[in-house]
Design a protein. Structure first.
Length: 210
């Protein structure tokens, strides 16, 4: 199955808009509830979404047309519950709320799980990168602390007692440097494994038409 970039972009944009739940008085008075249902269905909202509309419009003395909404939502869900959409939602780290009908859910879930596995593998690489950057920043800070401590150690105004404490500090900083360097080796190895896994998975997806 061929995944179209335009479809994925459209899907991600729809997901980004999913937090907009309130409706103004004018919207409640003039809205086409079939269209509202269709939009909600095409975004994968659960059936209780209409409750949010009912609450918003109830403040303006307007009740949603439940039958029209449901008809529209069912049409929207037919669009949402396609494999292409499942892959897009999964690869973006989105959640699936079990809204697809039995005749569409199997293919949707296959594509969703494929996409979500891609998301997980990308997240592993990104997390390793973030951890490596954090450790490297810590090393930079320790290097600066070591330089400052060494400068104090040779300063003529530093007392003998202070030099003893500074030497202890240098020892601790040196030990921490060794610990971080060992942790970085493990993180670099982990990132390399994650990157290979990701690349192999992307090749396998390409073979499947993703």
């Amino acid at each position: 199955m061929n995944m179209k970039l335009g479809l994925i972009g459209l899907t991600l944009a729809a997901i980004a808009l999913s937090g907009c739940a309130s409706m103004s008085a004018d919207e409640c008075m003039s809205t086409d509830w079939t269209t509202v249902g269709y939009e909600d269905g095409s975004r994968g909202y659960t059936a209780d979404r209409i409750g949010q509309h009912r609450k918003a419009c109830g403040k303006h003395g307007v009740a949603p047309d439940f039958v029209a909404y449901q008809n529209g939502r069912e049409q929207g869900l037919r669009e949402y519950c396609q494999p292409g959409r499942g892959f897009a939602v999964g690869s973006a780290g989105g959640r699936y709320y079990g809204v697809c009908s039995a005749d569409l859910e199997a293919d949707f879930l296959d594509a969703y799980n494929t996409g979500h596995q891609l998301y997980t593998m990308r997240s592993n690489v990104n997390r390793a990168n973030a951890q490596i950057n954090a450790k490297q920043n810590e090393l930079d800070n320790i290097d600066e602390d070591i330089r400052n401590t060494q400068a104090k150690l040779i300063a003529p105004e530093t007392t003998t007692e202070e030099r003893v404490m500074l030497l202890v500090d240098l020892k601790d900083l040196s030990e921490r440097t060794g610990q971080i360097e060992a942790e970085l080796v493990e993180l670099y190895d982990a990132r390399a494994r994650y990157q290979v896994d990701l690349e192999n998975y992307q090749v396998a997806m390409a073979d499947l038409g993703y």
